[in-house]
Design a protein around this ligand. Sequence first.
Ligand code: ADP
Ligand code: ZN
Length: 438
Amino acid sequence: MFNEKAQMMKADDIRKLQTEKMLKMVRYAHDNVPMYKRKFKEAGISISDIKGLRDVHKIPFTVKDDLRDHYPYGILAVPREEVVRFHASSGTTGIPTVVSYTRNDLDKWNDLMARTYCAAGAKPEDIVQNAYGYGLFTGGLGFHYGAETLGCSVLPTATGNTKKQIQMMYDFKTTVLACTPSYAIYLAEASKNFGYKPREDFDIRIGMFGAEPWSDEARASIQESMGLRAQDVYGMSELYGPGVAVECPEQKGLHIWADEFYVETIDPVSGEVLPEGEKGELVFTMLSREAMPLLRYRTKDIAVINYEECDCGRWHPRIMRIKGRSDDMLIIGGVNVFPSQIEAALLETRGISEHYQIIVDRDVLDKLYVKVEVDKDLYESEDYNQEELLKRTSENLIAVLNIRANIKLLEPGAIPRTVGKAKRVIDMREEHDRIEDV
Ligand code: ADP
Ligand code: ZN
């Protein structure tokens, strides 16, 4: 097992190490990052007020805007010359957030990623096809060096070029596929279109899927069509990249590598720390980042943390699947709706495919539109009854959302496919507001 000592740490040892590293990190961030010195001063606290983990809640939060304010070099705690790499988050809204790494940071990240592969079930003898995007996005290089560190043979195919991708998967007998879940769904579909039978023709046994939210239903569908175990991987560029948390083969939550990341759950509105086991926004403190320390970083990701021992024997606390981001939540006619709930309801409906788009619009009232492709086999069969399918889909959506959706059934292939993270929600209300502002 790769770095077994770290992977199998007991709860008490984790706490002890976290305390030790936390105290060091607080001092390091305060003394080396002007922003933290200022934040401490503004909050009226000094380093000596932080004596243990129970005091961490006194430290002010760090938010994405703090990083944007430090464009382009980010929150540096070391001279720029010591930075050996930058990454940047795609930043759909405005200025990208840049993150930086020293040599030690990269070594640490590689170790975390190698553990991540190992905990998901990968072995040094595996052939890893890495179809995450290479470049400023952390997915490509993160999954790449992690697999190399574990000792796997890596095929850096990157995203896209789907036909060649599938050909290589077949020729090289790829055993581990790393990509976004939406690309995995696309690859499964495309390989069938190219005449392959994924379950028989490919040797992939593990999928390392992450970087975006996906449902248990999507997992079931990928596992079934590809004949592999689909493992969820969580991370974000601010926290090195992928490899913050990963599912073990039990698939009962994603283990956060707690010797490197201290996690809290907070009420996203009040900022209060919530008791263990309550659903809230995840906040992380990096326990040994050199170039860009982050104290109490607000992720906007909403989840529940489980601190019990896992059946795999690991004590690293588990994220019970990311339900979505606080800023992804749609408020439709006053009702809170997470896109992941819509996905789950759709995939539970027999005859409905995993390709969908959610559109929210407003005339007088808010309206929810769901466009979804009919499953190919059903669409082509004689039994296809559009009205009946529409009725069942609509009933399933109402059951979970409590609001009525306007559903449009589309022919297979009608919705554009993505090779990276899918853009499934279009909120036209934001567009209208923008036009009205002008
Ligand atoms: P950006 O998308 O802005 O470029 P990142 O690539 O760092 O930035 O994305 C990080 C975000 O992606 C996380 O905060 C989370 O919302 C989402 N994400 C990453 N992995 C997962 C996962 N396994 N499940 C759900 N959401 C995830
Ligand atoms: Zn486990």
